[in-house]
Design a binder for this molecule. Structure first.
Ligand code: ADP
Ligand code: ADP
Ligand code: ZN
Ligand code: ZN
Length: 965
């Protein structure tokens, strides 16, 4: 009997205060509250964890052993739970090979499409090839040098782990006598000797025949053997050739699929670098600053070799003289030939460090054999399709199959993400034909008209289901605003928000119902303009019969939710309770709910009336062309709070991180990362320090934590070493480190837990039995300060620790900045690996804040409001204003309208995403930008400014009234 509610009772994970909550099922539900109030503890660590655990319990014992043991969350009971799927921002693969295509499974379906209906082409000359016939293969073999000994092999196992008994059994049954195992030919009778190590990779081929190439060799026999080979080896024959004298040998590979009548049959498989990348000398890294002359040290590797740099310089002067040029002119003005002479002329320098990853030439970074790359469907190879962005790929699918069922219905039988809003690229669905012919014309202009642009009726029948799967996924990605992303984009280069939306689209594409989806701030990275599309997608997911639970701070999302739960009232110990539940109107009316006070306008994020004029200096990027940027010049004023706006994919990160940051880093810190394409950066002399504060983790090991990262732990350990008890015992600060021998627990080497390796199963983590997770030995813990030992200190929240260390000027400022950025609730010893991206960014921000600012520092931040409620956001803005008030410059990318209102200067990119973006739309103060006629940011900003002013004046009126009364 299906229930209408999820009922949680007695939830106590982390800071949750034994709470009870009833959440409607099959609704869009937002869980909100200040950072650290317990939203994730409820949504992920309780509801999702329990859903997941029950699902695993329901599986067979066999399946369970692969999934690992799951702890029951600390909760009395949960009723009305469905199988749960979580979509957070961390879940993206770190595998450098995974791409948008593979994550969404579109690539797998494309491979199927190409395997079923693709036409092989010659990788060398590009002409279509028929299957290579048996006689062609026989002819090639017989044309080998007379006297060659030939072994015909049928590949069975290619680099696969296992004992492969089935292969041996089948071979024996089929009457084969010999088999080649990892390069060695063996008799199949020796059953016992074939026991393979099942943990190792193996290569196995059947030995089909052995012949010697002679004029009298019977062609019929060779043909029969080749046929057997092709049958057993799924279309591939391996020919092992030894010369008559046995002196040389080689392996030739013939494939039924890929051989050209014009060119020679392909010989051997081309090896491709594993990752599709190869190191190449990068002139930009070797000569980062072309304004320097050789004599001034323009060539970085030679300067870096230290004292012998002088030797190189004199050597270079000699080379310059000998070749008739001067070492004293800037590299920019040198003859390129002379630069090449210097860079490549005498080779063998320590040049690897100055190389950067460039796509491997032979595969163009594609990691596929040329034969496979040369299979085409309607004129395109699989990689050409993958190089398209989502929108263009969807057009292509419609073009090759113009009268498919889904083109006629508009959605291929799959539910539609959006009610096909106009001008969003989805209205082309209904008239694939017009679209098809348009593309047809374009293709013929490119001279590729020879290939058919539309699938044949037969191919259509074969490919129908596959095309449906591909199309459905593409359409969902478009619906969620990702039409600008190419399918071959590696998952690692996606931002957290983009990656999350890719996974969301994959889920929707899977068409499940009756599922509980739990999402973590899906609006991250989204411009207000795109919010609505995301909300539509989530609503779609709900309408398909799922419960969608979203941890969010975004106002538009809250206003679209069916139900809101506000947790709090504050963070950590001071939170963990349900403050208010209900519709957005009910939350607005709640007296207690902080969120309600902001939503109703009773409270507001303050913004300054005055905009800072700046110090008159600026940084100017000229000719910015990285990714989609259209050669734009952009001026960043110094001494101001500068905010870069624009829809997701408009080019903000390309401009700010790829160009501005990397260039500043190169010029100021000798950074090695190559800046993105641009002409020049002017005005660097106005800056003496550049700091990037992004959302990447602060450490990859659990040994790093907020206390160690901010440097607060060093004075804390010194303080402990100075306590009378320590002096008596002769303990030094090292005694209070969990990283070195002395004070740490040796049973776990200071980890607090032990990792137990299980054969065939994932590692299991258990608390250390000796220290019970405290990480220190008894002696170290005997030293206490006001009753707290060092492990107690690590377990304190920042707020508690601040009170505890208030009078210690070397410790308290560091803790105070952590609190100022809204992290009062985190524990000093919380492992870095458990911090969210937003929390990690704020730890970095706090660390930078507690350093001495130079007054000429540029801080670059990426969506610092991630994970922040209205209340947290107000506090963060206070911190940023403080930095700018002391003369520094803050440049940030933000979508949060409250932050935009607080900026002194806005830079708006657009108008759209990908190749529809990359332009500088407008710059100015928030008031100026709000009036811009074509900026998509302007209307949102204008509405927000008006609302803020109204609220502010209403607020003033109330206060005046109060003072009168
Ligand atoms: P929110 O999602 O609202 O930002 P969380 O649910 O992540 O808040 O955290 C609520 C409280 O629980 C915080 O005080 C946080 O420090 C604590 N907490 C979160 N994760 C853990 C953990 N893995 N171990 C111990 N405490 C945690
Ligand atoms: P924003 O920061 O405004 O969201 P980006 O600068 O990240 O936009 O992206 C601008 C454009 O460049 C988009 O079309 C995006 O797909 C593309 N792009 C960004 N990074 C890469 C990359 N590493 N490889 C290929 N394309 C990229
Ligand atoms: Zn050819
Ligand atoms: Zn231990």
């Amino acid at each position: 009997m299906p229930q209408d509610f999820i009922h949680v009772k007695g939830a106590r994970e982390h800071n949750l205060k034994n709470i009870e909550i009833t959440i409607p099922r099959d609704q869009l539900v937002v869980i909100t509250g200040v950072s650290g109030s317990g939203k994730s503890s409820l949504a992920f660590d309780t509801i999702y964890a329990e859903g997941q655990r029950r699902y695993v319990e329901s599986l067979s014992a066999y399946a369970r052993q692969f999934l690992g043991r799951m702890d029951k969350p600390d909760v009395d009971y949960i009723e009305g739970l469905s199988p749960a799927i979580s979509i957070d921002q961390k879940g993206v693969s770190h595998n450098p090979r995974s791409t948008v295509g593979t994550v969404t499974e579109i690539y797998d379906y494309l491979r199927l499409l190409f395997a079923r209906v693709g036409i092989p082409h010659c990788p060398k000359c590009g002409s279509p090839v028929a299957r290579q016939t048996v006689s062609q293969i026989v002819d090639s073999i017989m044309s080998l040098e007379e006297g060659s000994r030939i072994t015909l092999l049928s590949p069975k196992i290619r680099r696969k782990k296992g004992e492969h008994k089935d292969v041996f059994d089948a071979a024996r049954k089929a009457g084969f006598v010999r088999i080649r195992v990892n390069g060695e030919i063996r008799m199949l009778e020796e059953t016992d000797n074939l026991n393979l190590n099942k943990q190792k990779w193996h290569y196995i081929e059947l030995v089909v025949d052995r012949i010697i190439v002679r004029p009298e060799t019977e062609l019929a026999r060779v043909a029969e053997s080749v046929e057997t080979c092709l049958r057993e080896g799924e279309g591939v024959v391996e020919v092992l050739r030894e010369s008559a004298d046995g002196g040389e040998s080689e392996t030739l590979i013939f494939s039924e699929q890929f051989a050209c009548a014009k060119c020679n049959p392909p010989r051997g498989l081309l090896r491709v670098h594993r990752l599709g990348y190869k190191l190449a000398v990068d002139p930009e890294l070797v000569v980062p600053n072309k304004n320097l002359s050789l004599a001034q040290g323009a060539i970085t590797p030679w300067v870096k070799v230290g004292t012998s740099g002088a030797w190189y310089t004199s050597l270079m002067e000699a080379v310059a003289e000998a070749n008739g040029f001067s070492a004293k002119v800037p590299v920019r003005e040198m003859d390129p030939e002379h630069v090449d002479l210097i860079l490549y002329g005498n080779g063998g320098q320590k040049i690897e460090r100055y190389m950067s990853a460039r796509p491997c030439r032979s595969c163009g970074g594609r990691r596929l054999r040329p034969e496979a790359l040369a299979v085409r469907v309607c004129g395109l190879g699989i990689m050409e399709v993958c190089a398209k962005n989502i929108g263009a790929a969807a057009e292509w699918v419609e073009q090759i199959d113009p009268d498919s069922e889904f083109n006629r219905n508009g959605n291929g039988g799959l539910p539609h993400p959006n009610p096909a809003p106009e001008g969003e690229g989805i209205e082309v669905l209904g008239n694939g034909r017009r679209n098809g012919s348009k593309n047809g014309r374009r293709a013929s202009k490119n001279g590729k008209a020879a290939a058919p642009q539309v699938l044949s009726t037969r191919d259509k029948t074969i490919a129908n289901q596959v095309l449906k799967e591909i199309d459905g996924r593409l359409k969902f990605l478009m619906g969620i605003g990702l039409d600008y992303v190419t399918m071959d984009r590696t998952a690692q280069t996606l931002s957290g928000g983009e990656a999350q939306r890719v996974r969301l689209a994959t889920q929707i594409g899977s068409g499940l119902t009756g599922v509980l989806y739990v999402c973590d701030e899906p609006t991250v990275g989204l411009h207000p303009h795109d919010d609505q599309r995301l909300i539509n997608t989530l609503s779609r997911l709900r309408d398909m019969g799922n419960t969608v639970l979203v941890v969010e701070h975004d106002e538009a999302m809250m206003r679209s939710a069916d139900f809101i739960a506000d947790l709090g009232p504050r963070a950590g110990e001071h939170g963990g309770q349900v403050v208010a539940v209900g519709t957005v109107e009910e939350i607005e009316r709640s007296e207690e709910s902080l969120t309600g006070q902001y939503l109703s306008g009773r409270k507001q994020v303050p913004f300054p009336e005055e905009r800072r004029p700046g110090n008159g200096l600026s940084l100017t990027v000229t000719g910015a062309r990285e990714n989609n940027l259209c050669g734009i010049d952009v001026e960043f004023p110094l001494g101001r709070l500068v905010c870069i706006t624009g829809v997701s994919g408009s080019g903000k990160s390309s401009l700010v991180y790829e160009i501005l940051y990397k260039k500043l880093n190169q010029r100021i810190n000798n950074g090695r990362d190559l800046p993105g394409k641009h002409d020049d950066l002017l005005g660097v002399e106005g800056v003496d320090k550049v700091v990037k504060i992004d959302q990447s983790p602060i450490g990859r090991t659990p040994r790093s934590n907020p206390a160690t990262y901010t440097g607060a732990f060093t004075p804390i350990r010194e303080l402990f070493a100075n306590l009378p008890e320590s002096r008596v015992r002769g303990y030094k600060p090292g005694r209070f480190s969990f990283n070195v021998k002395g004070g740490r627990c040796e049973a776990c080497q200071g980890d607090g837990y032990n990792q137990i390796e299980m054969q065939f199963l994932p590692d299991v983590t258990v608390p250390c039995e000796i220290c019970h997770g405290l990480r220190y030995n008894r002696e170290a813990l005997e030293v206490t300060m006001r009753g707290k030992h060092i492990a107690d200190v690590l377990n304190m929240t920042v707020d508690t620790a601040l009170e505890f260390f208030l009078n210690f000027p070397r410790i308290s400022p560091k803790l105070k900045t952590l609190r100022d950025v809204g992290l009062g609730y985190i524990r000093l010893g919380q492992p870095a690996t458990t911090l969210s991206g937003g929390e990690a960014q704020r730890v970095k921000l706090a660390t930078e804040l507690s350093k001495r600012a130079t007054g000429k520092t540029v801080y670059l931040l990426d969506e610092p409001t991630t994970g922040l409620s209205f209340e947290d956001c107000a506090a963060l803005l206070g911190v940023l204003h403080r930095l700018v008030d002391t003369g520094n410059t803050v440049i940030l990318i933000e979508h949060n309208i409250d932050v935009m209102e607080n900026a002194d200067w806005l830079i708006d990119l657009g108008p759209g995403a990908g190749d529809k973006g990359g332009q500088l739309i407008a710059t100015g103060t928030p008031e100026e930008l709000a009036e811009h006629p074509s900026s998509v940011t302007a209307p949102y900003l204008k509405a927000a400014l008006e609302k803020s002013r109204t609220h502010a004046s209403a607020h003033r009126a109330t206060e005046e009234l109060a003072s009168v009364v």
